[in-house]
Ligand binder design. Structure first.
Ligand SMILES: Nc1nc2c(c(=O)[nH]1)N[C@H]1C(S)=C(S)[C@@H](COP(=O)(O)OP(=O)(O)OC[C@H]3O[C@@H](n4cnc5c(=O)[nH]c(N)nc54)[C@H](O)[C@@H]3O)O[C@H]1N2
Ligand SMILES: Nc1nc2c(c(=O)[nH]1)N[C@H]1C(S)=C(S)[C@@H](COP(=O)(O)OP(=O)(O)OC[C@H]3O[C@@H](n4cnc5c(=O)[nH]c(N)nc54)[C@H](O)[C@@H]3O)O[C@H]1N2
Ligand SMILES: [Mo]
Length: 721
């Protein structure tokens, strides 16, 4: 998007960019409304002895935080302080947050909300392809697809600019097939809608592969040349005759056959998954089953074809690459890999042994807060877990049990409202940085205006806190991507003025081994400085940004990683020659269907699934405060089928109570024939009594640690009998 300031008002204009091609959704159009919103946080807040949050100075806020961190760590050790990040943060912030946790706090306890988002697809991509990039090709390649299978994705509401690709596909005579328990706005665009029971996609995928096998549609040449491990997968698929999948999922055999045929006979076919398939306690295996199908049909790496995952948040891709994950160092390196530790420790100016090991996943971290062995101080940047975490009533209690909760936000989210310290932060239009989109394309976000006077950026806060908790913490350094990768010398001079030639613009050899930024304290507040170090830290890793400069991003509509060399090419398309595995071959993994973590029973006879609506975003902190969006989607609701409503004697708009083993939700009924009669749906954008996450299941995927947001067992009744 483009921003323009007129008479102090910020205007949003769509930009004709290769990805969105002039398209924006309503949330984009209205986003500037929050910049000058009356509820915007404009000073730090501290919880006083009376239990209320009251305005305070930055010095007071920092003093409270630093004392809290010191006390906690002195009494309980470094891991008793935890950090929780977000996939909406820029690459620089995600990087700085991971660095702050490991270098300044020396804690292993850091994770982020992306664990609730793309982690299952990420894990499946890593094990099959050896790399995790949402789309391994530019979005525009969808323009060459003849068949597109969308599994658990509702882009018409969640990525409206992408819907144009879907209508164009139809106009070309291509086939769009949507797998969703609800007939969504996306499903209504489709030629074929498969409406499975929540949590049965894995059976559907295995049956599709079964059909491909029996019909002789498997691309044997491709399987032999480019993959390994097919035999074990074939043996499992052999047992998934379509009628068996129909019994479990409710998807008719004829529709399964039509789907397999459309994929196998297309010149180009693409399979995309999103949260509907992924947010399950078997999310990794479910995505793997669709990857297996794609590989058997020879799709990945073939131009115009492939498998991809539709990334979620603004920086859902970049936010998962640079070290805010529990098990990760920048550049998508593993924190338990000695070579990765040595590389990054050298960049950070610490000894590898000083770097903490892997921490625990988002839900496990939140669920340990305030317990005798868990963290006692938590710093949150860019998430609102009181609304968005599964089993949220329990997580809210855990957060309240902390000795110190610090939240950085620009609005008083439900999580900020229970914090001890709230720090007001800048918004997207007020700070520079980079984001990496669903295509792996690194983009720039430019500051249009300054933040309000008493508001500080997240980077500034991290730099200030680093200096305050550990005066000896190594500062950021100017580094070029060129020159040797060994650590910068400790004796570097501080002659360079702040903001000068942070990257790219330096002559190749000057300062190649690092010239320390002058005036150490605030250096980490400069996104360019942080990005320069990020490039260096990511060099040689799977997500290699070493050759990405801000100038290059500007010149070329973004840069696709991996891009190891400033003078070398970037990588719009992965896998054309080889996969990122040691052998260069993609890996099949045998996966079996298994039931949801919680099945229906006499007491909880219905399934509940959750998701999004067009006009609200995530935990709703932002979109619930925008007038046009609030009018379009004013309150939570529970979708149910007319047959079920009749059976329960429920009328449209009547207040319902939905109860699971974990808690309850109250919201008006929305009666619609677009949902399965055995399933309820509720969006997760609201807190309070309308919070669906009071009900959802915290069962975790064994590999990705993704919670089962998309299916649990519930009962429903009218609030007034
Ligand atoms: N308007 C809006 N747009 C957003 C967001 C938002 O909050 N609001 N959030 C952004 C983020 S972070 C993300 S991650 C993306 C998410 O984008 P999507 O994944 O498209 O969004 P969801 O609504 O979570 O889930 C998609 C669909 O999965 C279906 N589903 C539920 N259970 C199952 C199941 O078991 N199997 C299958 N096949 N489908 C199932 C739901 O009915 C829903 O229609 O959206 C991004 N865009
Ligand atoms: N039931 C159910 N629950 C879900 C899901 C689901 O489908 N169903 N989806 C899950 C998914 S995919 C996701 S991504 C999560 C999202 O859920 P959350 O992690 O709660 O994400 P947001 O609501 O975007 O919260 C971001 C918060 O940070 C603030 N913020 C935004 N930008 C910045 C910034 O740059 N800096 C700082 N400091 N703060 C910022 C916002 O004002 C907001 O309060 O929810 C998960 N929860
Ligand atoms: Mo997400």
């Amino acid at each position: 998007m483009l921003l323009r300031e007129r008479d102090g008002q910020v205007e949003v204009l769509p930009r004709d960019f290769p990805t969105n091609r002039g398209g924006l959704c309503q949330k984009g159009w209205t986003a500037a409304e929050l910049l000058d919103h009356p509820e915007r946080l404009t000073t730090p807040l501290l919880r006083g002895p009376d239990g209320r949050l009251a305005p305070a100075t930055w010095a007071e806020a920092y003093a409270r935080i630093v004392a809290g961190i010191r006390d906690t760590q002195a009494a309980h050790g470094p891991d008793a302080v935890a950090v929780f990040g977000g996939g909406g943060l820029t690459n620089e912030k995600a990087y700085a947050l991971g660095r702050f946790a490991r270098v300044a706090l020396r804690t292993r306890m850091i994770d982020y909300n992306g664990r609730f988002c793309m982690s299952s697809a990420a894990a499946a991509g890593m094990r099959a392809f050896g790399i995790d990039r949402g789309l391994p090709f530019p979005l525009a390649d969808l323009g060459h697809a003849d068949t597109l299978l969308l599994v658990g994705a509702n882009p018409a509401e969640t990525m409206p600019p992408l819907a144009r690709y879907l209508t164009e596909l139809r106009e070309r005579g291509g086939q769009l097939i949507v797998v969703d328990p609800r007939a969504t706005a996306t499903a209504r665009l489709a030629d074929l809608h498969l409406q499975p029971l929540p949590g049965t996609d894995l059976a559907v995928a295995n049956a599709l592969l079964h059909i491909a096998l029996t019909e002789g549609w498997v691309d044997r040449e491709y399987v032999a040349a480019r993959t390994e491990g097919f035999d074990a997968v074939r043996r499992i698929a052999a047992g998934w005759w379509p009628a068996r999948a129909e019994r479990l999922s409710g998807v008719p055999v004829a529709d399964l056959e039509a789907t397999a045929r459309a994929l196998a006979t297309a010149r180009n076919a693409v399979i995309l998954t999103a949260r509907g398939a992924e947010q399950h306690a078997k999310g990794v295996d479910t995505v793997t089953a669709f990857v297996n199908l794609a590989l058997a049909l020879g799709l990945p790496g073939r131009p115009g074809s492939g498998y991809g995952c539709l990334t979620g948040q603004g920086n859902g891709q970049g936010g998962r690459e640079h070290g805010q994950k529990a098990d990760q160092l920048p550049g998508y390196r593993r924190i338990d890999d000695p070579a990765a530790r040595a590389h990054v420790a050298a960049i950070w100016g610490v000894h590898p042994d000083e770097l903490p090991g892997p921490g625990v996943s988002a839900y496990e971290l939140l669920d340990a807060l305030g317990t005798p062995t868990g963290p006692r101080t938590l710093l949150v940047f860019g998430s609102n877990p009181v609304v968005s975490a599964p089993r949220a009533a329990r997580i809210e209690r855990r957060l309240r049990d902390l000795d110190l909760l610090v939240v950085t936000d620009f609005l008083l989210s439900e999580t900020a409202a229970i914090a001890d310290v709230v720090l007001p932060t800048a918004q997207w239009a007020e700070e520079d940085g980079t984001m990496t989109n669903l295509e792996g394309r690194v983009l720039r976000r430019r500051a249009l205006r300054e933040p309000p006077p008493d508001v500080r950026t997240d980077l500034r806060v991290l730099a200030d806190l680093t200096a305050a908790v550990d005066a000896g913490a190594p500062s950021y350094r100017f580094l070029s991507s060129k020159g040797p990768l060994h650590p910068p010398s400790a004796a570097a001079d501080g002659a360079q003025p702040p903001g000068a030639a942070a990257d790219g613009a330096q002559p190749p050899d000057a300062a190649a081994d690092g010239t320390e930024h002058g005036g150490a304290r605030q250096d980490g507040a400069d996104a360019r400085v942080v990005f320069a170090e990020l490039r260096r830290a990511s060099a040689g890793g799977p997500a290699d940004y070493a050759g990405v400069t801000w100038e290059r991003i500007d010149a070329a509509d973004g840069v696709f990683w991996p891009c190891p060399d400033e003078d070398g090419p970037d990588t719009p398309r992965l896998f054309t020659e080889r996969f990122a595995t040691p052998t260069g071959r993609a890996r099949f993994h045998p996966v079996e269907h298994r039931p949801a973590a919680e099945e229906v029973c006499a007491e909880y006879p219905l399934y509940l699934t959750t998701g999004r609506v067009l006009a609200q975003y995530q935990s709703g902190t932002q979109t619930r405060r925008v007038g046009a969006l609030r009018r379009a989607a004013p309150e939570p609701f529970v979708e149910l089928h007319p047959d079920l409503a009749a059976r329960l004697g429920v009328g449209d708009g009547e207040e319902l109570r939905v109860t699971s083993r974990r808690g309850e939700l109250r919201a008006p009924a929305r009666i619609t024939a677009t949902i399965r009669p055995d399933t309820l749906f509720a969006p997760f954008h609201w807190g309070g009594t309308g919070r669906v996450n009071s009900v959802t299941n915290d069962a975790l995927d064994p590999v990705s640690r993704m919670p089962e947001f998309k299916v649990c067992a519930v009962r429903v009744e009218r609030v007034t009998p």
